[in-house]
Design a protein. Structure first.
Length: 208
């Protein structure tokens, strides 16, 4: 049976557009760290490289390179953990320049992808489709743990309103947001979907 995250992992990737508390276990990701405006060409190149790696694994059976335990699946969505640099954090009025953003972009990989195999795929791409960004790619296990999440509908610039709802929900349960660092999961392709129809999972961590 094909592994499809939209059908089999709805609790993680397709929440309702209202806050909820969730426990997110550890998953394996290809990760590239970066900084700067997400509307830049440099950001787009990072996204492209993560997808190149992910589809290299997805299509590996066609090149007789499939890992042990390979199962047909749908490539997972792009995700990002977002923070601000020191300059951005100094703006206490809540505003910030997008050039001050710091990010960890990532795409989750299926459980059958081991670290050794993931690193092999990086080496294949270095030979077949060389790109300096491949030197920056990491393969990591990341556990979000105890979080609040919700589905945000609409433009990315309107996300603060959703985060306010999430923070109010947490406070109503006697919980507190650990920091302004947060995760976004992109269910829509911003190149093809108009801003008003974008769907993004927003998630932040809770204090222990």
């Amino acid at each position: 049976m094909k592994q499809e995250w939209r059908k089999q992992e709805k609790a993680i990737y397709l929440p309702k557009n209202k806050p909820e508390r969730v426990q997110i276990p550890a998953f394996n990701f290809y990760v590239i760290d970066g900084a700067g405006n997400p509307n830049s060409e440099a950001f787009a190149e990072v996204v492209g490289q993560l997808y190149a790696l992910s589809y290299a694994i997805r299509m590996s059976p066609k090149k007789n390179r499939a890992p042990q335990g390979y199962q047909d699946y749908t490539v997972y969505p792009l995700e990002g953990i977002w923070d601000l640099n020191e300059k951005g954090r100094a703006n206490h009025d809540g505003s910030f320049d997008k050039d001050d953003l710091v990010y960890r972009l990532m795409i989750r990989q299926p459980d059958f992808v081991t670290k050794d195999y993931a690193l092999e795929v990086i080496e294949w791409l270095k030979k077949e489709k060389p790109n300096p960004l491949l030197e920056q790619v990491k393969f990591e296990s990341i556990e979000d743990g105890d979080c609040i999440q919700m589905l945000h509908l609409g433009p990315y610039d309107d996300e603060p309103a959703s985060f306010e709802q999430m923070e109010a929900f947490a406070e109503g349960q006697g919980l507190k947001r650990a920091s302004k660092i947060h995760r976004e999961i992109y269910l829509s392709d911003a190149r093809k979907v108009e801003p008003a129809k974008l769907k993004t999972v927003l998630r932040f961590w809770l204090e222990a």
